[in-house]
Write a protein that binds this ligand. Structure first.
Ligand code: PAF
Length: 222
């Protein structure tokens, strides 16, 4: 059995490992996550394993993307289980910095989003996407990936990050992985654990409705 991924906590150590691999001509794939890994994350990690020579999965619950009164403190954390899943996949590195490591004293700079951030999920979560782009930029700088893998499930996030990669000229290729779903069609998500039976039924209806609209569009409906 593999001994599991190397766990890296410091940005400087992560950069040193990544530079070493890049100099040796190896392609680095990054899968950014907030942990509590489910099949959606694992499918991205598998994609990364098949397209890269070394894979880094980051596990970091990012405080700046949670608004006041949101679930930062209670966000599900499952370190041991996450590591076991990544070991089974053969992932090479887990980058798991502390909050102080990614947001050091004197931290004063944010990546601000001014396209696509104030609709859909962002309409009720002011500042959320600034937190996401800021941490993703930090993760890119720490891991120096050739490829970065995100889920299509978070479609708004994926579009905003795609634009950030283009406008800030990050030298990497963004890869999007398909949404992985529960048997009843609900997209897998760490926060599904918050849904009661009623919410769950409603969430499923949303998926069915969107699928019906998609099929109608494909059939030429306008
Ligand atoms: O999609 C997520 O889990 C997070 O928003 C991300 C991209 C890891 C940034 O914290």
């Amino acid at each position: 059995m593999s001994r599991g991924p190397e766990i890296i906590r410091a940005v400087a150590d992560m950069q040193a490992w990544s530079r070493g691999h890049r100099e040796a001509g190896r392609r680095i794939g990054l899968v950014p996550t907030m942990g509590n890994l489910h099949e959606g994350h694992l499918s991205l990690a598998r994609m990364a394993m098949s397209e890269s020579d070394r894979v880094v999965v980051s596990l970091f619950v990012n405080p700046t993307q949670f608004g006041p009164g949101e679930d930062y403190e209670s966000y599900p954390r499952s370190w041991d289980e996450d590591l076991a899943k990544l070991r089974d996949l053969g992932v090479h590195y887990v980058f798991a910095p502390t909050v102080e490591e990614l947001y050091p004293a004197g931290d004063s700079t944010r990546v601000t989003v001014n396209w696509g951030q104030d609709v859909l999920c962002g309409a009720t979560r002011p500042g959320h996407f600034d937190g996401v782009t800021t941490v993703v930029a930090k993760l890119f700088n720490a891991t120096i990936p050739d490829l970065a893998f995100f889920g299509q499930k978070d479609a708004q996030q994926a579009l905003i990050i795609r634009r950030m990669v283009r406008t800030l000229a990050f030298p990497l290729v963004l890869r999007l992985g398909e949404t992985v779903r529960e048997a009843d069609g609900l997209a897998k998500s760490s926060r599904n654990a918050y849904l009661n039976a009623g919410d769950r039924a409603k969430a499923q209806t949303l998926n069915l409705a969107l699928s019906a609209v998609g099929s109608a569009l494909e059939m030429g409906e306008r």
